[in-house]
Design a protein around this ligand. Structure first.
Ligand code: PMP
Ligand code: GLU
Length: 397
């Protein structure tokens, strides 16, 4: 019998991390693996951000920090929210965490009681449903198929609400689909929430700058519900700072204080040097971010053109983030070398073993029909990866 708690036994391993690990293990054996599994910009952190970190170390910013982050950083984030998003937050409403991942965990653990329902549109980012499990909440999924551009309607939202609904969780731009909700679509959802004053809204905006269609829209702009919105954001994607571990929530003060209390018992404030780098990133303008966005757009167009050429793959054009989430159901039931592909996860493993391209099966994103392909990689790698995928899929009969 396992000595481990039910809590951990019931928790799934992060599929994104698992596939990245499998890709690395294969590469360590000398195989030329192209990794399109991890959602991680392949750019370097901007120089001015690194310089700020070096300076922080030299100036001995090496001690414990306030749990919610240095006031200087929280103020810089409040200014960003005002200038870039038109949103008013006092710095006391910002809690800086060890990545947006911890910010999400803080918010869910602080809001959801055992048995309460958390509404999550599918496909969703892998960690959402698992964090709900940790809180002993119940995930209630709303299916948003590719025909709806992977976005839910106000009618679907209304139909999912019950007296037990506590939280709604979504990302826009979305991981894994790249879909972006427009202002009017968000307004439609906000009107539903107006009628249900006990539901909180976790709005994950970590891909806000990787938006190819329009300026970013936050659901927190609707004053009637703003007090119930918890914005999740961070520096990983915008400033290519995945390894620095810095993210944040912007919320009402009650939730901010709760997140501070939660974090104070688990990790304390995130790394002091990272926080100083975060101040520089917040204050340094968006030049490097916009350059990355343009590069991602070019890659999106490149990969879209190549994927469309593959027989049996159904793909839509994502408006943001850096993922494709193509439907691969036409390959189910097909075989190669005595191995039959039954679902998207098996197809993802097949692509790793046969094409040496790491992707992620859709199951952990709440969608068994698709695989996720990250295009945060160099163009020549992307071209070669799609060539290999096409070849491997062509062998399935
Ligand atoms: N939300 C979404 C939608 C993500 O894709 C990720 C992964 N980067 C995160 C949150 C967590 O980001 P981080 O912890 O690196 O700030
Ligand atoms: N968020 C990224 C992804 O979806 C990084 C992996 C993770 O944090 O789970 O691939």
């Amino acid at each position: 019998m396992s000595a481990l708690s039910n809590r951990i036994n019931n928790l799934s391993e992060s599929a994104t991390i698992k596939m990245a690990k499998m890709g690395r293990e294969l590469a360590a054996k000398g195989v030329d693996v192209i990794s399109l599994s991890f959602g991680e910009p392949d750019f370097h952190t901007p120089e001015y951000v690194k310089e700020a970190a070096k300076k922080a170390m030299d100036e001995n910013f090496t001690y414990y920090t306030p749990v919610s982050g240095y006031p200087e950083l929280r103020k810089a984030i409040a200014v960003k929210l005002k200038n870039e998003n038109g949103l008013d937050y006092d710095f006391s409403q910002i809690v800086v965490s060890t990545g947006a991942k911890q910010a999400i965990a803080n918010a869910v653990l602080c809001l959801v009681n055992p048995g309460e329902e958390v509404i999550i549109p599918t496909p969703y980012w892998v960690s959402y449903s698992e964090v709900v499990k940790l809180a002993e909440g119940k995930s209630v999924f709303i299916n948003a198929p590719v025909e709806q551009d992977f976005k839910i309607t106000p009618e679907q939202l209304e139909a999912a609400i019950t007296p037990k609904s506590k939280l709604f969780m979504f990302s826009s731009p979305c991981n894994p689909t790249g879909s972006v909700y427009s202002k009017s679509e968000l307004e439609g959802l906000a009107k539903v929430f107006e009628r249900h004053p006990n539901i909180y809204i976790l709005s994950d905006e970590i891909y806000e700058h990787i938006n190819f269609v329009d300026k970013h829209e936050s659901i927190a702009q609707f004053e009637s519900i703003k007090d119930r919105v918890i914005i999740i954001n961070g520096f990983s994607k915008a400033f290519a700072m995945t390894g620095w571990r810095i993210g944040y929530t912007a919320s009402n003060k009650e939730i901010a204080n709760a997140c501070d209390k939660m974090q104070g018992q688990i990790t304390s404030g995130t790394c002091s040097i990272t926080q100083k780098a975060g101040v520089a990133a917040s204050e340094g303008g968006l030049e490097s971010v916009l350059k990355m966005r343009d590069a991602f757009k070019k890659r999106r167009d490149l990969v879209y053109g190549l994927l469309k050429e593959i027989d049996g793959i159904k793909v839509n054009l994502p408006d943001g983030a850096f993922y494709f989430f193509p439907d691969v159901t036409s390959f189910f039931g097909k075989s190669y070398n005595g191995k039959t592909i039954n679902d998207a996860d098996e197809l993802s493993i097949y692509l790793l073993e046969e094409a040496h391209v790491a992707t992620v099966g859709g199951d952990s994103f709440g969608d068994t029909k698709s695989i996720r392909i990250s295009y945060a990689a160099a163009e020549d790698k992307l071209v070669e990866a799609v060539r290999r995928i096409k070849e491997a899929l062509g062998k399935l009969k």
